[in-house]
Design a binder for this molecule. Sequence first.
Ligand code: MSP
Length: 516
Amino acid sequence: MSQTFFITTAIDYTNGAPHIGHAYEKVLADAIARHKRLHGSNVFFLTGVDQHGQKVQQSAQKLGVEPSRFVEDITSRFLSLWEKLDISYDAWAATTEDIHKRCVQGILQRLWDEGKIYKAVQSGHYSVRQEQFLTEKERGPDGNFGEEWGEVVEIQEENYFFKLAEHRDWLLALIDKRSQSGNSMVLPEFRTAELRNAVERISGDLCISRPKSRLTWGIELPFDTEFVTYVWFDALSNYVSFAGYDATPGADLSTFKSRWPALHVIGKDILAPPHGIYWTIMLHALGFADEDIPSFLVHGWWNIAGAKMSKSLGNSVDPSALADHYGSAALRYYLLTDINTGRDADFSTDRLEQRYNAELANSLGNLLNRSLSMAKRYRESRLRRMDSPLAAVAAEKIAAYDSAMASYQVQAAVEHVMEFVTRCNAYVEETAPWKLAKDPTQADKLDEVLYTLAESLRIISILMSPILAKESQAIRAQLQWNGDATLDNTIWGLLPDGHELGCPVPLFPRIESPAT
Ligand code: MSP
């Protein structure tokens, strides 16, 4: 079986509506997945929703509905958003599904049977909001637990613990080994130090259960039905449960192995400890080899005017409303180009409008429109296949684009494409086809210009397809070129001699802001 590129995003909490951070992560992973498909790779793109946990149980209780009903409503909002934003996922991970429950219970049972989980008494301060016990480190300078922890209560209870701490040195060594071999576990590389520091601070084991007296909305421990598993153990396992994994010794893992290991696309807040520590150690404890420990592409956060988006500040941005207002292309383009992967950025609808108008409406949209209009006017839309001075420029931009995409620098990749678009527009000004058309001795030059523009647009449409799949397809439809959008097809000169172009149809209408 051929190897698949396996990409996941974090599964989103169903305790509230989707916001712009969720949309960004999905669009980023989608662009990466589509770029791999351009190369002809098999892709398995998994995303979904994180439906269990105390917060969900509490929110449902407040509304007087069953948790299952509560998460169903929010899940449907995520699903319709992903459809609106054209997210090309291959599998959907909803943690209330049976296939997931069975897999999580299999994992727990195996770790229990192998003595990697034990029962002990835990006592101390517990944050209801964060669903975790607090240590002295979490106290502020005034000796109190800060507001971020919400209500803090003192409790004592029996729980189950996963042996985490004994793997600390293994994990440190693996992080270093991977960095030194150029196959860093964490991308961008600068976030590795953050994970490494957190691993060095591991001091104890991980509590993985909650008694049913406190939490019923979760997956039952297979070896003690008085408990459900703690939310991270449940959530993280989605990456394998929906990919064909089965922890039962002797199970057939051939499908799973053809996919694994994954690239996990996650936000910076859930690298350490959840993914970089809990998940890697869970996999190690389950017997995954070092080369099967996944990689993490860690993106930054979208802020609002420099501040964190939050429900309590009431400043979170609804991506669904934005997509309705500006169109999904404008939103995708903005989210992929106004942030440098790994860094934070400020969300602004002014910037969204400016970039869309300057880059898609004026630059690319105008190039398409003027090229097809001139071909129609001067040559009844028929091309002669000609050599072009821009063929070498195209080759250089394709290579730069491809290497930026391969290292997940989507912003830089699109910049290379837009530089090529700018070059094409400058070429129109330099060659002035409207003058060439008036001079019969310049007929060959005019044919060269028209062929160059059509061929460039064909290539640009392929390069832009991971970013704007539908609009790229619409460009190829206007060019009347039916070839596949693959990287191999970005080679210069595939429009044949005598090819007939279609009529221009405006593709990126300008966004007109209401006058202020
Ligand atoms: N359910 C967990 C993840 C479980 S993964 C096994 C979770 N959910 S979340 O809904 O809170 O966040 C989902 C993703 O969105 C995370 O990767 C998080 O980093 C990302 N973002 C949340 N707010 C964000 C921004 N403001 N900006 C960019 N991404 C952010 O964590």
